[in-house]
Design a protein around this ligand. Sequence first.
Ligand code: ZN
Length: 317
Amino acid sequence: MNPVRGLHHVTAISGPAQENLDFYAGVLGMRLVKKSVNQDDPGTYHLFYADAEGNPGTDLTFFPWAQMAPSRDGHGLSSEVSLAVPPGSLGFWSGRLQSVGVEIGAPEVRFGEHVLAFKDTHGLKIALVESHSSLGRAFQPWEDSPIPVEHQIRGLESARLVEASLPITASFLEQALGFRLLGTEGEWHRYGIAEGQSGQYVDVRALPGARRGAWGTGSIHHLAWRVDDDAHQAALRGTVQNSGAHPTPVIDRFWFKSVYFKEPGGVLFELATDGPGFAVDEDPAHLGETLVLPPWLEADRAAIEATVPKLTKPSFI
Ligand code: ZN
């Protein structure tokens, strides 16, 4: 089997869109590379934050569903997303976050790497990881970011999964997607692809007595895994199905093609192709500045623009 390549994007649920933009572009200094709408709920934005070019694996996206209740912790959810920062930069980040009133956790070391954990404006758990292997990743710094290039977020590092059963989810990760156990530390079990470098692993723990978690503002909606192309996606869709999950047909998301399924513990996964990418319909110098719609929603543009809230440029703090 030809495994997934690593994280393609992570999508989460936020509160009001402007507050989300102010935090991710203004505080964390990620670039808004695409301002679009949820294709299944076009009255809601879909905001994509990434490096300057929107390289696959750098992309954290949000559905601002401000009317939702806060998420409920429990099993069957991805409970935290981690973002890679260069080694030696957590001192900068802890100062910056505290200067804007973000409550930060005590410094941690996870599997030998320094980690700073905190929550975003709407309760999403984020961890910044001083990731040595992130230095070799495809990354384009964003020159207009408020963050100096040497401290900028370099992409998605990983995510945590909380499950009712470790063996059931672990065997699915191994058999359907090509992961292997890389190590265990405390209650966390690290599963990765290849050498499990930055963007190529998840940490899983079992909480068998917990209740089922539920989506809400501040929760991760799904984890998307990179596949090379249509053929790779079709092959993995087959192994997912043979492993007992129920994948959707291929859905054309315009910037990539997607297949969705829940892993047996209940976390929503996606297989997303690397291409064609975010520059297919916008000048790379002006990504994210205007509302971009896939061609099949263009006819509804006026109604959509009247529904979604106006966004203003975040003030860089
Ligand atoms: Zn997705």
